[in-house]
Design a protein around this ligand. Structure first.
Ligand code: RIB
Ligand code: CA
Length: 318
C-alpha cells in the first residue's frame, strides 16, 4: 500500500478525492489536514469529517490547519460548491472531533515517523498551499518523510478563479511560492496536477444515478456529489476534479507529465497567482533570462487518460 496524506479545503471535488483515498485498497490514508479555501475552515473540517464517516473511515486522524492565507483575505467559492461546500445536500454531519494537534504538527509527526520506518509518504495537497508552506518552513526536517508531493493547482494554460490563475494558487500565491522554493532546497519531487488535465475526468449523470441507486452510503454520497455538480452547471457529466489527482497517485502511468521550471506570479494587475510554466526549449533560454533559474523543476501534468481514471473512481466508490 502507498501511504498518503491529503490536505483539503473540502468542497465537492475534494469530497470525491477523500472518498477515493479512503476506500482504495492500494492507498494507506495516514491523515487528512484541513485548510480554509472553498469554504471557511470550520466548514472544511465539518465536511471532511462527514465524508470520511460516509466512507466508514473514522479511524483516519483529521486536523485543523490554517484558516487564512498567509497575506491576503480568504476567498470562498459558494457559486461552485454551494454554501456549505458540499452542494447543500443536507447530508447528516459527523459528530466526530478533530485531532488535538494543529495540521502542521500532525503532518510533522506522521512524516517524521515515516522517515524513521522508511515508508515514505506521498503528500497530496488539493487546496491552497498554506499548511504545506508553514510545514516546510517550520519543520523542514519533516521532508525526510516525504516521497513526493502531488498537488492540485495551477495550469500551464487557462485559469478558473481568474483568466490567469487557478483557485488554489490564487487563494494563497505566497504559500505556493514558498512551497516551490522549499521543494527546491529540500529536494522534494513535485508533480503539478493542474487545470490542463483537471476537467478531463468526468462521470456522467447516468453513472452518478447508478451510484445513488445502490443505496450504499458512500456510493450514494459519491453519486450525489456528481449529480449536484451536473445540476449546478446544467450538464450531463461532471468532473471529479481533485479526485483525479488521487487517481494519478494510484495509477501514475495513465498520466503524462513533462518536467518544466515553475514560478508563481506574486504581483501583476491581472495575473497574480498564475503558475508560470517555462516551456521554452531553445538552447540558452535559461542562461540569457535576466530572472535566472526558477527555484525548482516540476513534473507538470499535460495529458490524462480520463476514461480510465473515471472508471477507477467509479469502481472504488461503488
Ligand atoms: O481550482 C481547482 C480547485 O477548485 C480544486 O482544488 C477544487 O477544490 C476546486 O475548488
Ligand atoms: Ca480543493
Amino acid at each position: 500500500m502507498k501511504p498518503v496524506i491529503l490536505d483539503v479545503d473540502t468542497g465537492l471535488d475534494d469530497a470525491c478525492a477523500l472518498l477515493l483515498a479512503a476506500r482504495h485498497p492500494d492507498l494507506d490514508l495516514k491523515a487528512v489536514t484541513c485548510v480554509g479555501g472553498n469554504v471557511e475552515l470550520d466548514q472544511v473540517v465539518i465536511n471532511t469529517l462527514t465524508v470520511l464517516e460516509a466512507a466508514d473511515r473514522t479511524d483516519v486522524p483529521v486536523a485543523r490547519g490554517a484558516a487564512l492565507p498567509l497575506l491576503q483575505p480568504t476567498r470562498s467559492a459558494p457559486h461552485v460548491h454551494g454554501v456549505d461546500g458540499l452542494g447543500d445536500l443536507d447530508w447528516p454531519r459527523s459528530t466526530r472531533t478533530t485531532d488535538a494537534r494543529h495540521a502542521v504538527e500532525l503532518l510533522r509527526d506522521v512524516l517524521l515517523t515515516a522517515a524513521g520506518t522508511g515508508e515514505l509518504i506521498t503528500l497530496i495537497p488539493l487546496a491552497p498551499l498554506t499548511n504545506i508552506a508553514l510545514l516546510l518552513r517550520t519543520y523542514p526536517e519533516a521532508a525526510a518523510g516525504l516521497r513526493e508531493i502531488v498537488f492540485m493547482g495551477g495550469a500551464a494554460g487557462i485559469g478558473n478563479a481568474t483568466a490567469s490563475a487557478e483557485f488554489n494558487i490564487w487563494t494563497d500565491p505566497e504559500a505556493a511560492a514558498i512551497v516551490l522554493n522549499a521543494a527546491g532546497e529540500l529536494d522534494i519531487p513535485l508533480t503539478m496536477y493542474g487545470l490542463d488535465v483537471f476537467y478531463d475526468v468526468e462521470i456522467t449523470l447516468e453513472e452518478a444515478r447508478e451510484l445513488i441507486a445502490t443505496g450504499e452510503k458512500s456510493a450514494v454520497l459519491a453519486g450525489s456529489l456528481i449529480e449536484i455538480r451536473c445540476q449546478l452547471y446544467g450538464a450531463e457529466a461532471a468532473t471529479i476534479g481533485d479526485g483525479s489527482a488521487v487517481c494519478a497517485v494510484i495509477e501514475p502511468d495513465w498520466l503524462t507529465t513533462k518536467a518544466f521550471p515553475l514560478r508563481i506570479e506574486l504581483s501583476g494587475n491581472w495575473s497574480r497567482g498564475r503558475t508560470i510554466v517555462d516551456t521554452r526549449n531553445w538552447p540558452g533560454a535559461m542562461t540569457s533570462d535576466p530572472h535566472g533559474a526558477a527555484p525548482t523543476v516540476v513534473q507538470v501534468a499535460t495529458a490524462v487518460d480520463g476514461r480510465r481514471y473515471a472508471d477507477l473512481w467509479l469502481r472504488t466508490v461503488r
